[in-house]
Structure formats: structure tokens, C-alpha cells
Ligand binder design. Structure first.
Ligand SMILES: [Zn+2]
Length: 259
């Protein structure tokens, strides 16, 4: 499931198209893509792609007339830039033809995720309560939010209205690196632990982006390449265990992340 590092990679993909005119937004699956086809035609087609923005797990293609295409990648969404459309990739939901006759393909195997039109990117962010981006958030704001939260720390990290971008997978890694048990209440963490958590959050996200968001390419000291019950912990060689937090299945090491 795409999280902040994955969407940051999709941002690099979309940036190939910056400065090009968006000639056509061809929506292949009307059920999947928000059916404001009309607005795409009226406001997006014929406009130049000015810049690409990311906030949390959302990607925004901002046109020169200051409208936007909003992409969310659900469970299996992906973005490709191709020089031709001789053969479309599998599971195309939206195909964007550019002025240089290259293409952006939004693909998704499952019917989750979305491609939408918006008149205002800032308006979209506030209407959908997309919290401050996890790569952008400053330490003071982060610490205040953690101290004020009654949620379990894993749930806090995944709450997109508090802070956006982190999901089930990367929250496991950030907590593992910090030696924090996933079900500890956020407001029970002391200042030292919060500082460590903040530092590790930035470190893990940056490392993942550096590795093209391929978890298997993360260092051997990371949990993610071995994120499965019964695997050996890369730190203590104890066994990794499964845990359900707010309905999501996470993984942790009971020896390194004590209750
Ligand atoms: Zn361990």
C-alpha cells in the first residue's frame, strides 16, 4: 500500500511531465475515477502542468491556471511515465496525454484510490483534513501532538489528520527503530522518547525514498525487509511477532520494543 516514500517516488515520475501541456485526460474507469470528467475537459485539458506537489499520500498535479488533478493511490495504485502508448500498461485507470506525445499512466489493480479534479489544492487539503506532511513537520509541533494524543502511538502515527504520509508499514519501522511498543499511549512517552521517535521518523522516511521505496532494499538493521511473524529480529535475533492495532496488523519485536 503506497505510503509517503512511494508517493514521493511517484512525484519524481510525474515531474517528467512538468512544463508539458496536458492534452487529454482519458479516464478509463468511470467507477474508479471521480466522474468530474467535465471539469477535467474544461479546466485541465489544454493547460500546462506547472508543478507537482505531494502532501502525505496525496499527489497533486497543479496546472498553470491553478487547478489540480488529485491522485490517491489506495492499495495498489501506481504511476508510470512512458514515451509511447503502443501498449498500455495493465490496469490503467487514467491515461494522460502530454504535449510531447508522452504519457502518464495511473494504474491500479484494485478499485481503491482515486483521480479527481479540484479547483483548489489548498481547499482540497483542508476539506479532506490532510494533516501536516510527515517530512515537513517540525519537532515542536510533532512533540506537542504526541503529548496531546490519547491514541496508541502506532495509531497516532497512522492518523492522516494529525500528520499525513505514514501508514501501517512505515509506522512499524519507525517504532522498531525507536524501541517503542506499538500500543503505548502517545501521551505516556517521555520527552527523550518523543525526540528519538521524531528523529527516527525522518531517518526512516528519507532512507526509504533513497531506496526508491523498495522495502527489500532497506539496510539489514531495518525491520521491513523481514517484516513477518517468526522472522528473526535484526537486532536481538528474537522472534518478530504480529500485533493488531486499530484493526491493522503490525509487526514488532517483543524484546526490543518492551511494553
Ligand atoms: Zn529484537
Amino acid at each position: 500500500m503506497p505510503e509517503l516514500p512511494d508517493v514521493e517516488i511517484f512525484k519524481y515520475v510525474a515531474e517528467n511531465a512538468t512544463g508539458q501541456t496536458i492534452e487529454e485526460v482519458d479516464i478509463k474507469d468511470k467507477h474508479f475515477v471521480d466522474a468530474n470528467d467535465h471539469n477535467m475537459k474544461k479546466y485541465v485539458e489544454g493547460n500546462e502542468l506547472k508543478r507537482v506537489l505531494r502532501r502525505g499520500k496525496y499527489l497533486f498535479l497543479n496546472t498553470k491556471n491553478n487547478k489540480g488533478i488529485v491522485m490517491h493511490f489506495g492499495m495498489t495504485g501506481s504511476l508510470e511515465y512512458r514515451e509511447s502508448d503502443e501498449e498500455d500498461p495493465k490496469y490503467v485507470k487514467c491515461k494522460i496525454r502530454l504535449g510531447n506525445d508522452h504519457f502518464l499512466f495511473y494504474t491500479s489493480k484494485r478499485k481503491l484510490g482515486s483521480v479527481e479534479f479540484t479547483h483548489s489544492i489548498d481547499g482540497y487539503i483542508s476539506d479532506n483534513e490532510v494533516g501536516v506532511d510527515a517530512l515537513e513537520i517540525q519537532e515542536d509541533e510533532f512533540s506537542d501532538k504526541v503529548r496531546d494524543s490519547h491514541a496508541m502511538i502506532k495509531s497516532f502515527l497512522m492518523d492522516q489528520s494529525e500528520m499525513s504520509g505514514i501508514g501501517n508499514v512505515y509506522s512499524d519501522e519507525i517504532l522498531f527503530q525507536s524501541g517503542i511498543y506499538p500500543e503505548i499511549k502517545s501521551n505516556k512517552l517521555d520527552d527523550e522518547k518523543i525526540a528519538e521517535l521524531f528523529k527516527n521518523m525522518k531517518k526512516v522516511l528519507q532512507k526509504a525514498i533513497e531506496k526508491d521505496a523498495i522495502t527489500q532494499n532497506l539496510p539489514g538493521s531495518y525491520l521491513l525487509p523481514k517484516r513477518d511473524a517468526g522472522e528473526n529480529c535484526p537486532r536481538c535475533q528474537g522472534k518478530i511477532e504480529k500485533i493488531k492495532v486499530s484493526g491493522r496488523t503490525g509487526y514488532y519485536c517483543p524484546k526490543c520494543q518492551k511494553k
